[in-house]
Every structure is written in C-alpha cells, then in structure tokens.
Design a protein around this ligand. Structure first.
Ligand code: SAH
Length: 375
C-alpha cells in the first residue's frame, strides 16, 4: 500500500474553517462529454479528456503529478481545473485483522467525513458518506447527533471510492480480491436528501471506463431513512441499484421516535414506496432493522414486521446496535435476536443478521461521527 500524506489534526476544524462551502469542480462531477467540452475550451486536444479519465478511473491515479504522459503545462492546467484536491486524509485505521479499513478525510472547507473499506473472501465493499453530518436526527446514530454540515459534491463521493479502490488494488485488504466491487451509501448522511449529486455519483461509478469506474449497478446499495418522494423518484430512474430502507420499527409509535422523519411519512407510506421500487426495478428491497435491547426487539414486533413484509420482495437485515457515546441504548441479547429471526422466517420473510465490522475503530454502522472524533 502507498504511504499516505497524513496531515496533523487541527483543533476544532469545522468551526475554524468557517462557513461550509461546496468544493471546486472536479473531473468526477462531469460526464465524459462535459470533460471534453471543458478541456476543449482550455485549448486542449480532443484525446485529453479520455487520457485523464483513464488515469483517474482506469488506473485509479488521483494525483496529476503521477500522470507522466501529460505535458507539464497540461498537468498544471488539469490540476487546477479538473483535479483539485478534494479529500485530504487525516487518519486511517484498520481492524478485523486488516479486513476493515476506515479513512477520515478533511474536505476543502474543513468539514470532516469518513468512509470504510470492508474486505470479504469474495468481494470488497466501500461504505461512502453522502453528506458531512446528517439532518435526520435518528437518536441511536452518532452521525445524527451533530446535525447536517453540508451535502457532498458528486466528486467528493466518487473520490472516496476511487481512493479506497486504490487501497484495495494495492493489497490493502487482507484476504480479499484486489478489485473493489460493491459500494453502499451507508456512511455519513442521508443519500436521498442529496439526491442529484448522489444520482450523478451512481452514474459515474457505474459508467464503463474511461467515463467511470465500471461497477455493476446491482452491486450498489442506497440506504434511506425513508424520504418517500425521493424513493418514488429513484424508482423511476431506470436503475438496478439495491434500495435499503432503514425501518427499525414496524409501528408508527416507536418509529416516530427512532427515525424522526416517520413523523412526516408513516410506516405504511414508506413501505408502499419500497414496494413500488421493488415492482419497478425487480430488485428486492433490503429492510434495515437495528436490534435495540428492550426497545424494538420484542416478539410481537417481529410478528408485526413479518405480517407487513410477508409475500413482498423484501429481505430483512438485522444490525446489532452499535452503542454510540452517551446513548442509553444497547444491542439486543443474542437469544432475543435469534428469536426475532426465527419469527420472521416463520412468517416467510428472509432475514439475516449483519456481520458487524469496524467496531474497534468506530467504523461500524452509526458510529461515524468525524467532527467529534477530531475535536
Ligand atoms: N441515512 C441513511 C444511511 C446511513 S446509515 C439511512 O439511515 O439509511 C446506514 C444504516 O446504519 C442505517 O440503517 C442506520 O439506521 C444504521 N445505523 C445507524 N446508527 C446505528 C447504530 N448505532 N447501530 C446500528 N445501526 C445503525
């Protein structure tokens, strides 16, 4: 693995940086035709857009100074106009015997975000952030506690993937194939609250090289608290990405508390939108359910969930709660978790318990809280 240019932590980075602002434009914000137009306007030859795109998406080279087949002048121009530095690594850490790798980045305005690379025997997954912070305020999620700083740009999202794809390609994930294959929008932020930029990031990640990274749409998962209009819009995009819905409770009383956006769109509405997504895309929806001890793990809630999902194109992903600092909640006991799974399966609903990765490095679900980490 390459050695990384680690910068020291600054005290109170977000406040010190002043107002959050969107970053300068980057190659990954544009499709190939737009890159061509931009470079032609700068007097560059027609092949330049493809050449630079091949470096970035094909060879995972993010640093223009390493693009040695570019004339020096073109390199300077491209650095300035097409490849500004978006992510500065602040800290990287590994756990799970080298199979999980977390990166904390500083963005151009001082905002901090995190991404996690997870290796499995048959695949490598990146969990990306789509916003700095999150405005959804789910009380059990560390990111939700600090509120929203700003949306990430398309390129800030894509660059997390390209950076970590290179870490994987360099053998950075123990016991896994070197090629990054899966991306989950389950890091910081609510992806559907940053709809346009997330959609463009999906398109870029899936476009064949040199336009994009060439990932399979079926290997991407977008996770949402349940923003119903955006879910319906996504269903109409003619994509085959997986939709994950963070349900966490089958009843409105509890979901109003655990996922506050439920006060706007109720369980019945959000499930309707999920079934529309499944119908239109043919993709099974993943129902995310954090198992919280004595809060949402009762047998009657398993039965109610089973009734809501039976016969639908759904799969339940149970996530043992990762306790976050200051939280009054804990994970369910294992026998309770097993009984929950048993009841769902008895109702004919496929259910699995998610493998918890990255706990020791605060990189597990709901533990990403970069601002708190750095201050
Ligand atoms: N905003 C999106 C995506 C980010 S979170 C969403 O809510 O779906 C990805 C998943 O981790 C969500 O299902 C979220 O509810 C879950 N999660 C958040 N905090 C958690 C915690 N402390 N323990 C377990 N899962 C958590």
């Amino acid at each position: 693995m390459r050695s990384l240019p680690l910068t020291p932590l600054r005290p109170v980075p977000t406040e010190a940086a002043g107002r959050p602002t969107m970053p300068p434009r980057h190659l990954a914000d544009l499709d190939l035709a737009e890159r061509r137009t931009l470079l032609a306007g700068l007097g560059q030859p027609a092949f330049r857009a493809k050449q630079v795109s091949n470096h970035y998406f094909g060879r995972l080279v993010r640093d223009p100074s390493a693009m040695t087949d570019l004339p020096a002048l073109a390199r300077d121009l491209i650095t300035e106009r097409l490849l500004p530095t978006l992510l500065t690594p602040v800290r990287e850490s590994s756990c799970d015997a080298g199979a999980t790798h977390k990166a904390l980045w500083r963005l151009h305005d001082g905002s901090l975000v995190e991404s996690v690379l997870m290796g499995y025997p048959d695949r490598v997954t990146v969990c990306v952030s789509s916003q700095a912070g999150c405005g959804m305020a789910c009380p059990f999620c560390a990111t939700g506690q600090a509120g929203l700083t700003r949306n990430l740009s398309t390129a800030e999202i894509v660059d997390q993937v390209v950076y970590l794809a290179r870490v994987a390609a360099g053998g950075g994930v123990t016991g896994s194939p070197p090629r990054l294959s899966h991306v989950v929008f389950m890091g910081m932020g609510e992806p559907l609250a940053n709809y346009g930029r997330v959609l463009a990031a999906i398109r870029r990640l899936c476009a064949p090289p040199p336009e994009g990274l060439g990932l399979s749409q079926r290997h991407l998962t977008v996770s949402t608290v349940g923003l119903v209009p955006a879910m319906r819009r996504l269903a109409g995009e003619d994509l085959s990405v997986t939709l994950a819905l963070s349900l966490h409770a089958p009843d409105d009383d509890l979901r109003d508390e655990l996922v506050p956006v439920n006060q706007r769109w109720k369980v019945a509405e959000v499930l309707d939108a999920a079934w529309e997504y499944a119908d239109r895309t043919g993709r099974r929806v993943s129902i995310e359910y954090a198992m919280i001890r004595d809060v949402n793990d009762q047998p009657w809630r398993a039965d109610l969930l089973g009734r809501l999902l039976a016969g639908r194109m759904a799969h339940v992903n149970l996530i043992p709660l990762n306790p976050t600092p200051g939280s009054r909640w804990d994970a369910s006991a294992k026998p309770v978790e097993r009984e929950f799974v048993r009841r769902l399966r008895a109702a004919g609903v496929p259910a699995t318990v998610r493998d918890t990765r990255g706990r020791e490095i605060d990189g597990a679900c709901g533990q990403l809280a970069a601002a708190a980490v750095a201050t």
